[in-house]
Design a protein around this ligand. Structure first.
Ligand SMILES: C[S@@+](CC[C@H](N)C(=O)[O-])C[C@H]1O[C@@H](n2cnc3c(N)ncnc32)[C@H](O)[C@@H]1O
Length: 378
């Protein structure tokens, strides 16, 4: 069966996700980058591979159908024709998310009620509504997504379950951890070649160096977790097992030098435990030290980091000093290295006096953040 697949990604990361999709040769035909995600088509194996392999995607939605509906009975009749039995068992709770824009049907709760009824009609049993999908739950209810725009109704099922940043390795956290998908996005945005050294002097719980190592060693980010599609009646275990086996066979044994440091001993302990769970503890040199003490290996290499920042950080003298020091240390220790770091404040970025461009804007924990990128010059 051919699926229209919509992979969602965090605002600003769509082009990176699209590049991943093209690089992995996931799509059959066109790859379309849209606000909030990327659309392409593929088969069931593509749905499995997208979940297993994409590093910057938040979730993978498989579209069931698009149809016109201008009243509730039309919506219920058309939604009941969809092959729900492939994705849901009658005893399984479903959560339905609906958005309505510029449509005759504008009441999203009533849309949800009719689609729930339609699923029951199709499955021949009444279906219960699970709690609205909890983004952070380990095993959320099977999610169906209904979008009405100009009376066109698009119905999709979520193939991922827990959001894809939940790789399973980050059980220990430190202060202000970065989502794994954003950390992977930062590594990919940096243009790191996967061969030169990589350094994160503010590593916290280790998310950036771990994601960098997973990428450099071609380790599938989703290999240790479950996905919603595994509970579908339509699930084909042998296709999944061969997909997973192919991914594992493509892993590379070694990584280039990857150095991760933080001045907080608790953060380093958390990072080491996370790296061990991710299977990359031997690839990363973790050191407890302040940024002023870094001693990079012969380069040039890449610095990829997420230094501390806050909502009102530009008013904070300590942070201004820290960024000034960050710039000074890089000029002294890492001339010619490429630097990519995330920061919410242009004045703080300016404090580094590094020649960086800041056109990429992402959102981290609801805050607009900039990706600052450049080459360190003395
Ligand atoms: C935003 S957090 C990094 C989060 C990390 N990317 C993660 O995913 O867990 C910033 C980190 O910088 C560290 N830090 C603050 N000042 C530092 C300094 N002067 N030298 C080294 N590390 C510092 C903090 O301990 C904190 O772990």
């Amino acid at each position: 069966m051919e699926y229209q697949i919509f992979v969602t990604s965090a605002p600003g990361l769509e082009d990176i996700t699209a590049r991943e999709i093209t690089g992995l040769d996931l799509a059959r035909g066109r790859v379309e980058t849209l606000p909030g995600g990327v659309e392409f088509s593929g088969d069931l194996e593509t749905v499995y591979r997208a979940n297993l392999l994409l590093r910057t995607a938040s979730r993978v939605l498989a579209r069931l159908s698009t149809f016109y509906a201008t009243d509730f009975s039309e919506l219920r009749t058309k939604a009941s024709r969809l092959p729900w039995e492939r994705y849901l068992r009658p005893d399984q709770p479903v959560s339905i998310r609906a958005t309505c824009r510029e449509s005759k049907l504008y009441h999203s709760d009533a849309v949800i009620e009719r689609v729930l009824g339609a699923i029951g009609d199709r499955l021949g049993a009444s279906v219960t509504l699970g709690a609205t999908a909890d983004e952070e739950a380990d095993r959320p209810a099977q999610l169906a997504v209904v979008r009405l725009f100009k009376n066109r109704c698009t119905v999709s099922v979520d193939a991922s379950g827990a959001l894809l940043h939940r790789r399973g390795y980050r059980l220990a956290t430190a202060k202000a951890p970065l989502r794994e998908t954003l950390a992977a996005g930062l590594v990919l945005a940096s243009g790191w070649d996967g061969r030169a050294p990589l350094l994160d002097p503010f590593c916290g719980a280790g998310t950036i160096p771990i994601e960098a190592t997973l990428w450099a060693r071609n380790i599938a980010p989703g290999k240790a977790r479950d996905f919603a599609f595994m509970a579908w009646p339509d699930f084909t275990p042998d296709v999944w097992e061969s997909t997973l086996a192919a991914a594992i066979a493509a892993e590379r044994p070694d990584a280039p030098p990857i150095l991760a440091s933080d001045r907080d001993a608790g953060a380093i302990r958390a990072a080491e435990a996370n790296a061990a769970r991710a299977g990359v503890a031997d690839d990363i040199a973790f050191i407890c030290q302040a940024v002023s003490a870094i001693a990079p290996p012969p380069g040039p290499g890449w610095i990829v980091a997420n230094p501390p920042y806050g909502v009102r950080v530009s008013e904070n003298k300590d942070l201004r000093n820290l960024y000034a020091q960050f710039g000074n240390v890089l000029r002294a220790q890492c001339p010619g290295w490429r630097v990519t770091f995330l920061c919410s404040s242009l004045p703080l970025i300016g404090q580094t006096r590094l020649p960086v461009e800041t056109s990429r804007v992402w959102t981290n924990g609801g805050l607009r953040v900039r990706v600052a990128q450049g080459i360190v010059t003395r």
